[in-house]
Design a protein around this ligand. Sequence first.
Ligand code: ARG
Length: 629
Amino acid sequence: MITRAHADSHTDTCSYAGIVRAKSRRTVSAAKSYSLSTMAPQDLQSAGSVKQQIAKLFEESLRTTVPDEGDVEPAIAPCQNPKFGDYQCNNAMGLWSRVKGKGTQFKGPQLVGQAIMNNLPPSEMIESCTIAGPGFVNIILSKHWIAKSIQKMLVHTIETWASEIPVKRAVVDFSSPNIAKEMHVGNLRSTIIGDTLARMLEFSKVEVLRRNHVGDWGTQFGMLIEYLFEKFPSGEVSGDQAIGDLQAFYKASKQRFDSDPAFKERAQRAVVSLQGGEEKYRKAWAEICEISRRGYESVYQRLGVQLEEKGESFYNPYIPRVVELLNEKGLIEESEGARVIFIKGKKIPLIVVKKDGGYNYASTDLAALWYRLYEEKAEWIIYVTDVGQREHFEMVFTAAKQAGWLPAEDNKYPKASHVGFGLVLGEDGKRFRTRSTETVKLVDLLDEAKNRCREALVQRGKSEEWTAEELDKTAEAVGYGAVKYADLKNNRSTNYTFSFDQMLNDKGNTAVYLLYAHARICSIIRRSGKDIEELKKIGTMELDHPDERVLGLHLLQFLEIVEEACTNLLPNILCEYLYNLSEDFTRFYTNCQVVGSAEETSRLLLCEATAIVMRKCFYLLGITPVYKI
Ligand code: ARG
């Protein structure tokens, strides 16, 4: 394959520019008289990303250029080097190898590229095209079209820039702590990443079932319940009073379990009684779950995360039937007393029913997957856990493929995806811990982030300027935002180092820097004294300065970025976009005077559009924006 750098270095001047320019001039004048308030309803629908819109034009051209080759998918990519254009079409080389020797009029890839360019339908989008290297078609977009597209968004909200994912309903299984164990930083990653993925899908018009698959049905309950009965035999005190600190209670019962074989046996019998539905056991179980739930609810509330709990116990009644279904397909075999499924490409089978007849993590996940596909009719099921569980999910998904629940091909729906993430490390490079406790309590962590932000604000004199509530809200938005962003900006599969000093730095790629950048834009608009809502209706945007054009194009690319982040389940793509956006804005603001300039209206509109796109990015990342600093 020819690299893009190679392609760009061979820019040729055999240009299509003249033709397109003439055409676009026509459309440009049309654009100017275009009234935004009389826009037809179909204009409110997303026309698709810039990339998709360009692809549509090339699709048409390819049909004309090589009618005998069937539908050729346009290969469109942004130009790596902006000197040559904004986007490029890379089909010529591939097509040449298909048509050569077939006696067509083409004598080489460059001529194929030339023909693709000449056959482009007229479009107001395109300013000019050139051919580079062996037939790459470079496109420069019309700045009038860019401006018009942004203005449309300003009038009709950014929801018109939603990308479309070919899925109606999805499940995002995230957070999912184990009951009786305190939520820790690992759960934090799942909660933050999962919430962002859910938000991005929702923005893309997918109905998302946000599922908290809490571990509420393991053997640990036998131990907890038995310990509860032992300590409070009368059952008179409420679970709340008896248990107090659930984590300490868990530890104590585990110690008892490990040191006394008789207790261990009783605990194992208690599991059977619980799973058999015995009232007394059920009640104790429900109480323990409730205490635990209250603990993590408070974390979700602080983080602004919505989740619906459907824990492991929910799927328990479905397991026998699902095992039966798998058996009917001939997938289940006996192995060393257990019932298992042999998985293609794996040496060890997936245990579906244990030797003692009990079910396990895998049985529950098979039942849950079945339920999500057939009862909830989800087309995409996404699991967010640490990378350590990759093997487990690979096996469950392969079993589902063998059962015919999922198509064999990974690019088809319904689809199941495992979103794995790395460890959270301390600054010493080891697993993240604090001095005093083994694991870090999430709540303490969030408190510390908030307190440090408040401190920084006080030092900047904000406690005199702002009300106590403003101070509090801002400290929260920046502090929690910083924790989330520090996590999301990394490629999730790598380990990430938790450092307050780094994440709370107001320079560099941090939420603090980005939130402040947003607040600064808002203050530019405020200081102008203009009614921005009015300007949106009557003003016109021009992108004559190169830095205005770069910023404008970057804004338009929001759509394809969300789409890319969604399809690849990679929030860091959106973070990188947001950071680059604020850099583009800074360059624009440094080089283009806004308030008091001849271009004030147009530039204020550009500021407003930037602020809107930034806010949508914040929203998708679960970060609350701040408007003043
Ligand atoms: N409770 C599990 C854990 O803490 C995560 C559950 C993930 N979801 C699932 N369907 N298995 O490791």
